[in-house]
Every structure is written in structure tokens, then in C-alpha cells.
Design a protein around this ligand. Structure first.
Ligand code: IMP
Ligand code: MG
Length: 195
């Protein structure tokens, strides 16, 4: 069956993504030297990265997921940020690794790091699968970056457009005409999106 996904540009295929996660996992292992880690994944985009990353980490690991959503005027440009950290376990004295899908303007990660940093963790580091080049609007940068990508809108491997395409096993880039032509998915909220 024909799907719009068939004509999308593949930016990173499954093998490249797997190799990137291998590199990230070994960097995290080297840096954290077997200390117990609390992985804090940012919903929803980080689910695939978290699932793949934790299976490559040895040593004690606990996983928590928090929710971030930026309310957008359009679905591809960032807006006001909504953060829900109620699901965080006790972080005092612990080594935290915040995991997100993509560092775009950086506002999401900056806000999460500030909030968690205020809770008395022993260390707070951050990991993203992707960093978009030339987009940052904040001074912080993630500690671990899987891939630096050009400034294009990407979907797949957890990342969505308007709630769709998270399930693609590869990372695809959409151009403006593809974005305009994609049918919106019924039932997806128009005014806000899950990170
Ligand atoms: P930031 O706060 O601008 O860094 O945006 C971070 C969030 O925006 C990510 O966690 C994603 O959910 C979303 N985002 C940014 N760029 C893209 C993209 O190209 N594709 C899908 N989601 C994106
Ligand atoms: Mg998103």
C-alpha cells in the first residue's frame, strides 16, 4: 500500500541509528563509570531512544518518564512550554540523565534541566538523539548528542508530525510541500502536541 512515508527522504536509516545509540551508550558508560543512573525520558518523542539506550547500558539503571509539550501556533514551530514532572521519583543525591529526542531551540531541555537541577541531584546530564544545526536559542548544550542534523523537520524513531509517524524505524525529513500535503490525523489535538 502506498504511504506518504514511501516518498520521504531518509536522513538516517535503522543501521545508522543503531550505531548512533551504540556510541551514545558507550559514552554514557564511560562518563558515568557504573554509578547508579536515573534515566529521565521526555515524553513522548524519547520513547524509542530510551528503549534502545537502556538495553545497551550495564550497571544499575532506573527509568522515569516526564511529560513536556510545547503549544504551537503551527505544528512545526515551538511555542509555550508545559512541563509535568509529577512522575519523577526522589532525585536528591542521584545521578540523572535526561533523555530527549531532539534539541531544536533548546528551550525544552533547558527548562527541564533547570527544574530537575533545583531538586538536589548529585549530577544532571542530558542526552539527545539529534541536535539541529543553527537553531539553538539557549546557552546550554546537551552533554551527549547522537547526530547533528541540518535544519529540516524530521519524523520517525519516536519523533512526530502532529502526532503521526513516530513508528517509522528510520528518521525521515519532510520538506515544506510534504508537510502541507500530509493529511492531518483525526483525533490529534490542534493546539498542543506531545513533545
Ligand atoms: P525545543 O524546545 O525547540 O528544543 O524543541 C524540542 C521539542 O520539539 C522536541 O522534544 C520535539 O518534540 C519537538 N521537535 C523539534 N524539532 C522537531 C522535528 O524536526 N521533528 C519532530 N519534533 C521536533
Ligand atoms: Mg514532538
Amino acid at each position: 500500500m502506498n504511504s506518504p512515508a514511501d516518498t520521504m527522504d531518509i536522513l538516517l536509516d535503522q543501521h545508522e541509528l543503531a550505531a548512533g545509540i551504540d556510541r551514545l551508550a558507550s559514552d554514557v558508560r564511560l562518563t558515568t563509570a557504573g554509578k547508579p543512573l536515573l534515566i529521565v525520558g521526555v515524553l513522548t518523542g524519547s520513547i524509542v531512544v530510551v528503549a534502545d539506550l537502556i538495553r545497551r547500558l550495564d550497571g544499575p539503571v532506573q527509568v522515569a518518564m516526564v511529560w513536556a509539550s510545547s503549544y504551537r501556533g503551527s505544528t512545526t514551530s515551538p511555542g509555550r512550554l508545559d512541563l509535568h514532572l509529577e512522575t519523577l521519583p526522589e532525585v536528591t543525591g542521584r545521578h540523572i540523565l535526561v533523555v530527549d529526542d531532539i534539541f531544536d531551540t533548546g528551550h525544552t531541555l533547558q527548562a527541564i534541566l533547570e527544574r530537575i537541577g533545583a531538586l538536589g541531584a548529585a549530577s544532571v546530564r542530558s542526552l539527545v538523539l539529534l541536535e539541529k544545526e543553527g537553531r539553538a536559542e539557549v546557552d546550554i548544550r546537551p552533554d551527549f548528542v547522537g547526530f547533528r542534523i541540518p535544519d529540516r523537520f524530521v519524523v520517525g524513531y519516536g519523533l512526530d508530525y502532529d502526532g503521526a509517524w513516530r513508528q517509522l524505524p528510520h528518521l525521515a525529513a519532510l520538506d515544506e510541500s510534504e508537510i502541507a500535503g500530509l493529511a492531518r490525523i483525526p483525533g490529534v489535538r490542534r493546539t498542543g502536541g506531545d513533545g
